[in-house]
Design a protein around this ligand. Structure first.
Ligand code: ACO
Length: 334
């Protein structure tokens, strides 16, 4: 039966590296606090004037080249981001402006935060299964650094995030044994305000006012303990769900790429699932949390370092703002 597989990958992070020590000059924090709590050592940050569609463009060009395609071969763009260039239109349209080779193909933004890439892969797979589209560019791209509070007030959130973009090209396959084998998607809006940006607010004239600015509501707010408490069981639930749906066992998984929120969450999930360290990917030390870009960056790096190869059973899972959580299981083909 027609379904989809990934035929090309690419990523891009801006060149500027900001270490934990650099942040400790801006706020009351330390390298030891950040590393111990999260595993993060550094993150990449854009220069002023660079938006998520700019990072996406380079990642997309690299993924297209890897697949041996050009923009003209693509018939749908799906762009996952929580840090779009504009309130509207979506960043997929901005990317289209920057890459005219896409012509007038549909351009879709999705707002699934840390699970954005997994949701986007599931959407792309479904479009390909029904025959609506054949070659889909799936992107996760984020510019967090322009919207974080780098003072002591915002230190609980600001130290966690970095900028970056990852992209994959998805295409049809008829081979049942390869490509996307299954996915599980969930959301629980009840917890929307455990990890969120309160402003701009859609119900206030002007969308933002002086008091909101002074209260720092343009910056993300997080109940870190609530996120941690929900993340570990939700990761495990959606992993078990996708394994159940596809009739696979956890021991068969060759590589596990979790969303890189926090190394402590990753370790707790791996331990609960019985996944040995050598099967678990972590790059949070170098990039911090790049939200929708995290998983495609990990996928590309895992190919480069040889951990992900043709035939590998790859499990990806994520949890994040919304709350949303999701998993996808695939047999790697390139
Ligand atoms: N540097 C130094 N001290 C800090 C910092 C910082 N950057 N941030 C907070 N602190 C202080 C707090 O103010 C608090 O001080 P107090 O005891 O005087 O009040 C103290 O450190 C402890 O704060 P806690 O919030 O209790 O710290 P905790 O041990 O819970 O760690 C963390 C915080 C890392 C956010 C943790 O809750 C966590 O891992 N949560 C999961 C959330 C997460 O990883 N989110 C990532 C993005 S979401 C996603 O992608 C799913």
């Amino acid at each position: 039966m027609r379904h989809s597989t990934i035929i090309g990958t690419g990523f891009y992070v801006p060149p500027q590296v900001v270490t934990n020590d650099d942040l400790s000059k801006l706020m009351d924090t330390s390298d030891a606090w950040i590393q111990e709590r999260t595993g993060i050592k550094q993150r990449h940050m854009v220069e002023d004037g660079i938006g998520s569609a700019d990072l996406a463009k380079i990642a997309a060009e690299r993924a297209l080249a890897d697949a041996g395609l050009t923009a003209a071969d693509i018939d749908l763009i799906i762009f996952a981001t929580l840090s779009p260039d504009f309130f509207f239109p979506g960043s997929a349209c901005i990317l289209q402006k920057k890459m005219p080779g896409f012509g007038t193909i549909p351009a879709l933004d999705i707002r699934q935060q840390c699970t954005g890439f997994v949701y986007a892969v599931a959407i792309a797979d479904s479009f390909i299964r029904v025959g609506a589209y054949s070659k889909i560019l799936v992107i996760g791209a984020e510019v967090h650094s322009v919207g974080l509070d780098y003072t002591t007030r915002g230190r609980d959130v600001a130290v966690l995030f970095g900028d970056g973009a990852g992209a994959v090209i998805m295409a049809p396959t008829e081979n049942e044994a390869e490509g996307i084998l299954g996915f599980a998607l969930h959301a629980e809006g009840e917890n929307y305000d455990k990890l969120w940006v309160p402003a701009p607010y859609g119900n206030i004239r002007g969308r933002v006012n002086q008091e909101m600015i002074e209260r720092g509501e343009l910056f993300p707010k997080m109940d870190g303990r609530a996120v941690f408490r929900h993340a570990v069981p939700r990761f495990c639930e959606c992993i078990n769900e996708v394994l159940g749906k596809t009739g696979r066992k956890i021991e068969e998984v060759d590589l596990f790429i979790p969303h890189q929120a926090n190394d402590r969450i990753t370790h707790a999930v791996a331990e609960r699932m019985g996944l040995p360290n050598e099967k678990v990917v972590s790059n949070i030390a170098r990039y911090a949390n790049t939200t929708a870009a995290t998983i495609p960056i990990c996928i590309h790096e895992s190919r480069q370092d040889g951990r992900l190869k043709k035939g590998s059973l790859l499990l990806c899972a994520a949890f994040g703002s919304g709350f949303t959580w999701a998993s996808v299981l695939m047999r790697w083909t390139v």
